[in-house]
Design a binder for this molecule. Structure first.
Ligand SMILES: C[S@@+](CC[C@H](N)C(=O)[O-])C[C@H]1O[C@@H](n2cnc3c(N)ncnc32)[C@H](O)[C@@H]1O
Ligand SMILES: Nc1nc2[nH]cc(C(=O)O)c2c(=O)[nH]1
Ligand code: SF4
Ligand SMILES: [Mg+2]
Length: 217
């Protein structure tokens, strides 16, 4: 039986993209294919600006789960503990790390069977199962994206490399296109540049990381 490694799981409000403000369980899988997660490797990683600790299984409600049923039961218990809801439809956002290294049809089915809608936040380098209800792809410079369609494309901006310019992605098959200002030591300039780009290219909307503005995880 497959074991899923989860860094943490908690209820919060989706802070980014078209589902901003929606209550969800964030199910953060451990590990990523574009960075080891260790600070000493950051400068040599493909993805260098990550704002997340996804190493290990030691976070809030983290752990190793044997099989899809155990994983889905855990999501239900995290949802119930915060919302008090037992039967109602829940929403779970699978993220990481890179969730598609672990999230499979069996886990999605088990979550669906418990009444959950299932979303994913992915870097797009691995194919997303078609049974997902919401697919957010966030491409990274210097990586090859294979997931070329979905619900929203959310590009961290700016990424210095020419290949990660918004124009490269604007013709892909997504319902929504977002620029998300890179959270680093130039955040104010990044926000201004992303806002300016959106005003000049109205296909794109601005995604602020609203959870950070109000102190949510
Ligand atoms: C931590 S990632 C995990 C999911 C997946 N590995 C990915 O990159 O899409 C979740 C989201 O945060 C975004 N993100 C990561 N670091 C960021 C930063 N410093 N500023 C803004 N967004 C960031 C990612 O691009 C992605 O959309
Ligand atoms: N509140 C909240 N919203 C988010 N949307 C995407 C996130 C992620 O790290 O995948 C994230 C996150 O970490 N927290
Ligand atoms: S791909 Fe996602 S999880 Fe991996 S290092 Fe980049 S932002 Fe972080
Ligand atoms: Mg985050």
């Amino acid at each position: 039986m497959k074991t899923y490694s989860v860094k943490e799981a908690y209820v919060t409000l989706q802070g980014e993209g078209a589902q901003t403000g929606r209550t969800a369980v964030f199910l953060r899988f451990a590990g990523c294919n574009l960075w080891s997660g260790l600070e000493r490797d950051r400068d040599s990683a493909v993805c260098k600006f990550c704002d997340t600790d996804f190493v290990g299984t030691d976070g809030e409600n983290g752990g190793k789960f044997k099989g899809a049923e155990a994983l889905a039961d855990h999501v239900v218990s995290v949802w119930r503990e915060k919302t008090g809801e037992t039967g109602a439809k829940g929403y779970v956002v699978c993220t990481g790390g890179e969730p598609l290294l672990q999230l499979d049809e069996a886990a999605i089915d088990a979550l669906h069977n418990r009444g959950f809608e299932v979303g994913v936040e992915t870097n797009g380098t691995l194919p997303a199962p078609s049974s997902l209800d919401w697919v957010c792809v966030s491409p990274k410079a210097n990586s090859e994206i294979v997931q070329l369609k979905g619900s929203e494309l959310k590009l961290v901006y700016p990424q210095s490399e020419e290949e990660a310019q918004p124009e490269r992605y604007a013709a892909l098959q997504f319902e929504h296109f977002f620029l998300q200002p890179k959270d680093d030591n130039r955040q104010a300039e990044n926000i201004a540049a992303a806002a300016d780009y959106c005003m000049k290219h109205p296909k794109w909307r601005l995604s602020l990381q609203t959870h950070k503005l109000i102190g949510l995880p």
